[in-house]
Design a protein around this ligand. Structure first.
Ligand SMILES: Cc1cc2nc3c(=O)[nH]c(=O)nc-3n(C[C@H](O)[C@H](O)[C@H](O)COP(=O)(O)OP(=O)(O)OC[C@H]3O[C@@H](n4cnc5c(N)ncnc54)[C@H](O)[C@@H]3O)c2cc1C
Length: 254
């Protein structure tokens, strides 16, 4: 295994690595974070993802992509999975995988949808549903780097009970100074929230994003329809298309 991993890295080819589940954090009733130990993990940047492969006893395999939700830390790779009720892989990861179980991971994947702590530009993060996962990795990477780059997060989510990383986002650590979070609820807003539930609009982006003339880097992640609507709105607001980076998670609406 070690020899394969090294030769894969030298040729730039990613190889499957055994990953053992070390810890689980329940995020919501339908989502949990899974921390795997992956010996020899090369590290990763906020925004990158892994391919995860499951193999059944009869040799059948299923493979899906999952973003890392935490920055690099030794051999630890943490993902956060939201259950898709009629799905094949996500219900298994959320409901059945146990500490000590092994899966295979391949990565890190992706070099475009990443935030580097050396980039001084202000950052706008716009996440829909589980699309907040790679954005959380960027927020945590900013904290880990001691960066003061101003971050704004607009998080579109169905109901308060569906909010991932709720405690960390609602009561951010002092080290997250300079991070502002705005919430857009699509189905049920908490008592006292301003406005009715709605899908994200141009005025949400104007009110809670950055003006285009500050030249922010924008990261948009979520279901395909959400990403396309938000990216189009940001370009309409004057953000250059090459500063609006997108990652699409799935085929349906939020
Ligand atoms: C780059 C990348 C990163 C991703 N990161 C994450 C992540 O961090 N966390 C996470 O939970 N998911 C993430 N996903 C989505 C993930 O890869 C799977 O698509 C998701 O877990 C569903 O897989 P499944 O096997 O349960 O469902 P499937 O068996 O593949 O699909 C079952 C049904 O659900 C629909 N469906 C499939 N995917 C979605 C979806 N995402 N949303 C709504 N409906 C869907 C299908 O059309 C089908 O009707 C990511 C996807 C990509 C491409």
């Amino acid at each position: 295994m070690a020899g394969t991993a090294i030769s894969g890295r030298l040729t730039g080819r990613l190889v499957w690595q055994r990953a053992t589940l070390l810890a689980v954090t329940e995020e919501t009733a339908g989502a949990r974070s899974l921390a795997f130990e992956v010996p020899g993990w090369p590290g990763h940047l906020g925004g990158q993802h892994v391919d995860l492969r499951l193999t059944a006893d009869d040799g059948y395999t299923a493979q899906r992509s999952y973003s890392m939700s935490a920055p690099a830390g030794g051999d630890l790779v943490t993902i956060t999975v939201q259950r898709v009720d009629d799905g094949e892989v996500s219900p298994y990861l959320v409901d059945q995988l146990r500490i000590g179980d092994a899966v295979e991971l391949r990565g890190p994947v992706g070099g475009w949808f990443v935030w580097r702590p050396t980039d001084p530009a202000p950052v706008l993060l716009v996440g829909g549903g589980s699309g907040v996962v790679p954005l959380m990795a960027m927020i945590r990477a900013r904290r880990a780097a001691g960066s003061r780059v101003p971050f704004r997060l607009i998080y579109s989510v169905r109901t308060p009970a569906d909010v991932l990383f709720a405690r960390e986002l609602r009561q951010p650590p002092i080290a997250d100074g300079g991070l502002d979070t705005a919430w857009v609820y699509t189905r049920e807003a908490p008592a006292g929230a301003a406005g009715l539930p709605h899908r994200i609009t141009l005025s949400d982006l104007t009110a809670h994003g950055w003006p285009a003339d500050l030249e922010p880097m924008c990261f948009v992640c979520g279901p395909t329809g959400f990403v396309e609507a938000v990216a189009t709105a940001l370009v309409d607001l004057g953000h250059p298309a090459d500063r609006v980076k997108t990652e699409r998670f799935g085929p349906s609406g939020s």
